[in-house]
Write a new protein. Sequence first.
Length: 250
Amino acid sequence: MKKLIALLFIVVSLTVGAGYAAYAQESGTVQTEKVDAEQTKTFHQGMKDRFIEGGPVWMAPVLLTLIFGLAIAMERIIYLTLSATNTTKLINGIESALNKGGVEEAKKLCRDTRGPVASIFYQGLMRYDSGIEEVEKAVVSYGSVITGRMESGISWISLFIALAPMLGFLGTVVGMIQAFDDIAAAGDISPQIVANGIKIALLTTVFGLIVAIILQILYNYIISKVDSLINSMEDTSITFMDIMYKYTKK
């Protein structure tokens, strides 16, 4: 193990040293041209070039994790955004509907209102004739169903968050093994032999981490959105049951 670490240190040191030496030997004109080229290259173009340099074998799986992760994340964000409801307006509307037209009027309001909260209240109102206890059971049970729907697919995003850097690390390890194989075949620890292979190997890790960071940000946003909706549902359900208890006493 110590010999492997020492050999890896030698390879990296030689690679860095060779790169520095090659840079120092460049003429002033060539250096100026390179600097100008780098300055004119956009960040997007630079990332695309680096991605292409990584090769299709390991970059393709990393790209697929990004595509699938983004697809699920966007679907969840759209679903959760459409699930948001003005709960204060809904509660006030239900209370007013119960006072004016009774349970049927409240049912109609819930049917015409978009969002999971209105669906939960509708299920409760459907069981009003069975007693207030059945209304409460319906609200709690259907609330659990709605919560499961909101959390659906989130576990896949967490899988892709873990998978992307793992694929990157795997590509790096395989690339390092290939670099050592090239050293063994050449019988010489020359920077020219291993520098390109090591660079390509490390690019897989870089893009794997970038994918994980992007998906992690979206994952945390989705989790916060779900938590906010669940808290709103629970708080509004308590108010709804208070209204129903008052209505039964009339």
